[in-house]
Design a protein around this ligand. Sequence first.
Ligand code: SF4
Length: 325
Amino acid sequence: MTGLRLETFPIGVSAGTASVLGLRKIRLMEEPTTAHFLFGEDCVNQCAFCAQARGSKASPDHLSRVTWPRFSWETLKGPMESAITRGVFKRVCVQTVECSDSQGPAFEFLEEIRKMSSEVFISVAVAPVSVSRVKLFFDKGATNVGLPIDAASPEVYERVKGGSFERAWTVVEEAAKTWPGRVSTHLIVGLGETEEDAVKFLLRARSAGITVGLFAFTPVRGTAMEKAPPPDVGHYRRVQLAAYFLKRGGDAGKIELRDGRIVGIVLDREDLKAEVLSGRPFETSGCLYCNRPYYNERPGQVMMNYPRTLTEEEAARALRESGLF
Ligand code: SF4
């Protein structure tokens, strides 16, 4: 699966990244600290939420609610080199679509970015198909590889993504064992899981040393789930709180569950309590420096993930929305 060479490959650039690079004029409410790129279109998989899925009628320039205009490497190279050298982007994230021609150009892209800087963090998000493929991306210079499982439980996985939840986990866990601290996954909240499912997912990831990036399901027109509602904000906030609590070493027994719902989290550590009250759990989660502004919401809507530190008022509101504090 080598496919087209980088010079002739149309590279998707998230609208925010394109704006920072001076290639698109949009008003940015928050600047992205990670540059996001999309390689490929027309995925062979059929994830019901995804604009790139086989059978989706969504615009091929979409992923979640973000548009990804395409540019040539020739156009991108200069602005990228300058932005990386100036420290504008601390991380580069390459999202790959499962199609025949995306991998070869993605490899070349990684090598080109590595030539620009040996220090900039590079993440690759690729379907958890095999550990041998994960190795190929690390060999090309990735610092982290994200293997999105997306769904919190086997039932949701089967219904929304098709295939085996356990097989996906096996690849992710095996990769995390091989490259400790360098493997992450994504969890999309709002696909029909219970909060208990999400807690189990987060615990499993924690015990394997896997970082979790939380996303709120965002219905995209033209996808199989276009009419499904986004998650209730309280549901999302409670999962964010549990994710943060567990990430910071909180004791799983302190998360109180009833009928699949989180009904309490006992904050008996002063440091953790202060962080929670300051709103840290509601900031974008995932790889270091990935803030993904407005990936799941429009400006002006409830911010599911804050791309920056919250104000006191925002933190208080988010805590109220959780229904727990
Ligand atoms: S958390 Fe951000 S940088 Fe990391 S793989 Fe996901 S989208 Fe990319």
